[in-house]
Design a protein. Structure first.
Ligand SMILES: Cc1ncc(COP(=O)(O)O)c(C=O)c1O
Length: 463
């Protein structure tokens, strides 16, 4: 029998993934395949194709968790069919979601942690939308009661992650973003006070700024708003975007007062899939007290059986991430999280110190006081033969992903390089990364790149 006529049934010894027709022909890319294919062949082809993606462990640009316990893989597999919205069919998943909310409320010092309200989301972006909506609804309710117009809400932020621009655009709220200035890269009370008025629905400090990893001073902003209230009667609430810091500070920076210890902080969001150590696809938003979430935002649905309250932008959503979050809270506990976050912080400090020793860079963040990581810029007035973009690009050839980007307005002329350290990184890897950085710099000193300055290029930072 000619070879091409061999029946390649899997029980047949002729079966081989790379000799099957799916592997010897192009796979469909724009139209669905006409005929079914062997599942193991397709699985192998896809796994091979995905090798072209980056290697997550060497990705120092992302904030997202990529190193997960085998137990999390097992739990995610067991939960693959759980729809978290279907609280009637999966009441125990709902119960576990609720426990996570209360544990977070307690970690963030809510006065009613066992009784307050919150929910899981797909990440901090959805959580931020929900927090923002609650602020808008609360403000509108108050204005209506006072018989005042409700057509010009505004929200005040520092240099924020894109999700707040989305919130402002999608929900018709003016965003008053305090731009960075040379010498001031964060929101300050003075800058907030210049922008607040009776139409301000809330102020949003970021606790772990995406661009620089630093914490905005929530307490100073809250104090300034207390004073404003005394003087003018304006009572402006705070929502803290603690996408990353919400799972770091409670464990290793307990002295920083940024959370529900400040009565003006009405809600907080965080990403479970960042320093919460959970797999991609889970965020959280928690309100200080039940009254801080307007009831009209909660829908009650009965078509899945039972009567279920829901406040979310999505409907169906996988339940596994929530179970994994609870696993992490139980498995690591307060002390376990503290050890992990401290180890990450130490690696960031080490990298910052080593980078500084190279003599070419000025540190923008030394890794000590906020999120685990470091950020630096090329020293002014030197010509090292490369830009930070060139350096990121060259590091990529060794598998490292290190973000280089220009800061937002009014500091677009400042190009910085940033590494973010997450669970799964070791001192050994930090040393190897620094060795590679030195090797790349040596390369450029021998083969200088004579291209545009950093500011002529664009590159995105990763979230
Ligand atoms: C401060 C801040 N807020 C919000 C987000 C969006 O978070 P997510 O990716 O979980 O939607 C990020 C992501 O990096 C962030 O750093």
């Amino acid at each position: 029998m000619p070879l091409h006529l061999v029946d390649s049934d899997k029980n047949n010894s002729f079966f081989d993934t790379y000799a099957e027709s799916a592997a010897t022909n192009s796979i469909p890319k724009f139209k669905i395949a006409e005929e079914p294919n062997d599942p193991t062949v397709i699985q192998d082809l896809l796994i091979d194709e995905l090798l072209l993606d980056g290697n997550a462990k060497q990705n120092l640009a992302t904030f997202c968790q990529t190193d997960l316990d085998p137990q999390i893989h097992y739990l995610m597999d067991k939960c693959i069919d759980k729809n978290m919205i279907d609280k009637d069919e999966y009441p125990q998943t709902a119960e576990i979601e609720n426990r996570c909310v209360h544990i977070l409320a307690d970690l963030w010092n809510s006065p009613q942690s066992a009784d307050t309200i919150g929910c899981s989301t797909t990440g901090s972006s959805e959580a931020a939308m929900l927090g923002g909506l609650a602020l808008k609804w609360k403000w509108r309710e108050k204005r209506r009661k006072e018989g005042k117009p409700t057509d010009k809400p505004n929200i005040i932020t520092g240099p924020v992650q894109i999700c707040w621009h989305k919130f402002a655009r999608y929900f018709d709220v003016e965003i008053r973003e305090i731009p960075m200035e040379h010498g001031r890269l964060l929101m300050t009370p003075e800058e907030v006070l210049k922008r607040v008025d009776e139409n301000t629905i809330g102020v949003v400090p970021t606790f772990g700024v995406t661009f620089t990893l630093e914490y905005e001073n929530v307490k100073a902003i809250s104090d300034a708003l207390d004073q404003l209230q005394k003087e003018t009667g304006l009572d402006i609430p705070i929502h803290v975007d603690a996408a990353s810091g919400g799972f770091v500070a409670p464990f290793i920076q307990e002295d920083i007062v940024w959370d529900f210890r400040l009565p003006r902080v009405k809600s907080i969001n965080t990403s479970g899939h960042k320093f919460g150590l959970s797999p991609l696809g889970v965020g959280w938003v928690v309100w200080r007290e039940k009254e801080d979430l307007p009831e009209e935002l909660v829908f009650n649905v009965n078509y899945l059986g039972g009567n279920m309250p829901t406040f979310a932008l999505n409907f169906s959503r996988p339940g596994g991430q929530i179970i994994a979050q609870y696993y992490n809270l139980l498995r690591h506990g307060r002390q376990g999280y503290a050890r992990i976050q401290q180890a990450c912080l130490d690696h960031g400090i080490y990298i910052a110190e080593e980078v500084e020793k190279l003599g070419l860079f000025d540190l923008l963040y030394d890794g000590k006081s906020a999120l685990p990581g470091a950020a630096w810029m090329l020293k002014k007035d030197i010509n090292p033969g490369f830009t930070l973009y060139d350096l990121s690009d060259r590091m990529r050839s060794r598998g490292w992903q290190i973000a280089s980007y220009s800061l937002p307005s009014n500091c677009e002329d400042m190009v910085i390089q940033r590494v973010l350290i997450r669970h799964g990184f070791s001192h050994d890897l930090a040393q190897l990364m620094i060795e590679d950085l030195k090797r790349c710099i040596d390369y450029f000193q021998k083969h200088p790149v004579t291209n545009n300055s950093d500011s002529d290029e664009s590159n995105s930072f990763h979230h």
